[in-house]
Design a protein around this ligand. Structure first.
Ligand SMILES: [Zn+2]
Length: 99
C-alpha cells in the first residue's frame, strides 16, 4: 500500500501513511519501510546500509503466516495447512513481526 501511495502521491504522502500506520499497528516490516523511505536523509550515515541489512535479515527469518490449528509457520499462504491438513487455518501473523 505504501508503495502505491508513494507512486501516486509522492514520498511525503507515503511517509505520512506509514507513520500513521505504525502508530496504529507497529511492526518491524513497517519500520523497515519507513527507513527505506527515509534513506535520502540517512545515506550519508556510514551505518545506514548495515542497519538496513540487519532489519532485512531479521524480517527474512520471520514467517508471514501461521496455522491457527497446529502452529505451523510459513512464508507462503495456503488454504490447506501442509502440517495438519486442516483447511483455512493458515492466517497472516499479527503483531511486531506480522505483516
Ligand atoms: Zn496446521
Amino acid at each position: 500500500m505504501t508503495d502505491y501511495i508513494v507512486k501516486e502521491k509522492g514520498i511525503e504522502a507515503g511517509r505520512s501513511y506509514i507513520i500513521e500506520h505504525l502508530q496504529d499497528q507497529p511492526s518491524v516490516r513497517g519500520f523497515a519501510k519507513l527507513i527505506e523511505l527515509e534513506k535520502e536523509f540517512f545515506m550519508s550515515d556510514p551505518h545506514f546500509k548495515q542497519l538496513q541489512s540487519l532489519i532485512t535479515r531479521y524480517i527474512e527469518l520471520k514467517p508471514l503466516y501461521e496455522c491457527n490449528s497446529c502452529g505451523f509457520t510459513t512464508n507462503h499462504f495456503s488454504w490447506r495447512c501442509p502440517a495438519c491438513n486442516n483447511w483455512q487455518t493458515i492466517k497472516p501473523l499479527a503483531g511486531l513481526d506480522g505483516i
